[in-house]
Design a protein around this ligand. Structure first.
Ligand SMILES: NC(=O)c1ccc[n+]([C@@H]2O[C@H](COP(=O)([O-])OP(=O)(O)OC[C@H]3O[C@@H](n4cnc5c(N)ncnc54)[C@H](OP(=O)(O)O)[C@@H]3O)[C@@H](O)[C@H]2O)c1
Length: 262
């Protein structure tokens, strides 16, 4: 979906920075940009990074800060699904590092560039609607009791709380947690069991949307952002999950992640 969005905005004449692991995939993406404008390559930039590594996420933030004056839209869409707990070379639980820590570093580290935009928007492809109590603040990396379902719910809830931190800091900012209306026929990169692989392949073939169709609602959100937090499934706005102490939880999350990264 990230590639489909990059293709769209390059075709529309925007400058796009793509962050990923594979330059070959970036080159292939550039070759598919359509439209009359032949200047896409000069408006596209690739930054190689493994976003499950804190050092790489920090390096990207520094690179973007040094080379860009403003960010109109920040799309957080890297995905690598792991059914089992996995530790990165830096010692962090890999799904938490990719699906939350890197997003936290981007949203907080690039806040000044988002503030420089007239109508800034963050689209975080973390499916909204996780339970308000899905975060184990005392064991964010799930040293105990890791399951795919718990890990998935925790990062989704954390990404909603990240929206509270981001919009408190920038009243102009639109912060959207977004999930597709139904399965998207994407690469489903990850280390998953045969059951999940087969289910995704079968369901994707039968009911899956093409990525370029699935991202249409994201394009509309980016083109006309509304300040504040919002949650969407496809084109449909969803009610934001409201817990008893969301502001306190958001502050607690920031403190716990700060401690993790110190
Ligand atoms: N597809 C669905 O039906 C669905 C449903 C619900 C939510 N979502 C969410 O939508 C978002 C996009 O998903 P998608 O379906 O487009 O996924 P995808 O096709 O698997 O693409 C994920 C992208 O992330 C990149 N990536 C993976 N690990 C990375 C890493 N460590 N560092 C940097 N880049 C990395 C991949 O590049 P490489 O291949 O080069 O690693 C790939 O370009 C995700 O947040 C996902 O959770 C998708």
């Amino acid at each position: 979906m990230g590639a489909a969005l990059a293709r769209h905005f390059l075709g529309a004449g925007d400058r796009v920075v793509v962050i990923g692991r594979s330059r070959a995939k970036f080159d292939a993406l550039l070759a598919t940009v359509t439209g009359d404008d032949r200047s896409a390559a000069s408006r596209a930039e690739f930054v190689a990074a493994d976003l499950s590594l804190v050092a790489d996420s920090r390096r990207v933030v520094e690179h973007v800060q040094a080379n860009h004056e403003r960010i109109d839209a920040l799309v957080l869409a890297a995905s690598f699904i792991r059914q089992r707990r996995h530790t990165t070379a830096e010692g962090h639980e890999a799904s938490w590092a990719l699906f939350f820590i890197s997003k936290y570093l981007f949203v907080t580290g690039l806040a000044a560039l988002l503030r420089a935009a007239e109508r800034p928007v963050v689209v975080n492809t973390a499916v909204p609607g996780a339970r308000a109590d899905a975060i184990d603040f005392d064991d964010l990396e799930m040293g105990e009791g890791f399951t795919f379902a718990r890990s998935n719910a925790q990062q989704r809830r954390a990404n909603e709380l990240l929206g509270i931190l981001a919009t408190n800091d920038n009243l102009n900012l639109a912060y959207v947690t977004w999930g597709p209306a139904r399965l998207v026929r994407s690469s489903f990169a990850g280390e998953v069991g045969k059951g999940m692989k087969v289910a995704a392949a079968v369901l994707g073939t039968l009911w899956g949307q093409r990525p370029d169709a699935a991202v249409r609602p994201i394009i509309d959100i980016i083109d006309a952002p509304a300040p504040g937090r919002a949650a969407y499934r496809g084109v449909k706005k969803r009610t934001l999950t409201v817990g008893d102490h969301d502001d306190e939880d958001a502050a607690r999350l920031a403190a716990a992640v700060g401690h993790e990264l110190s």
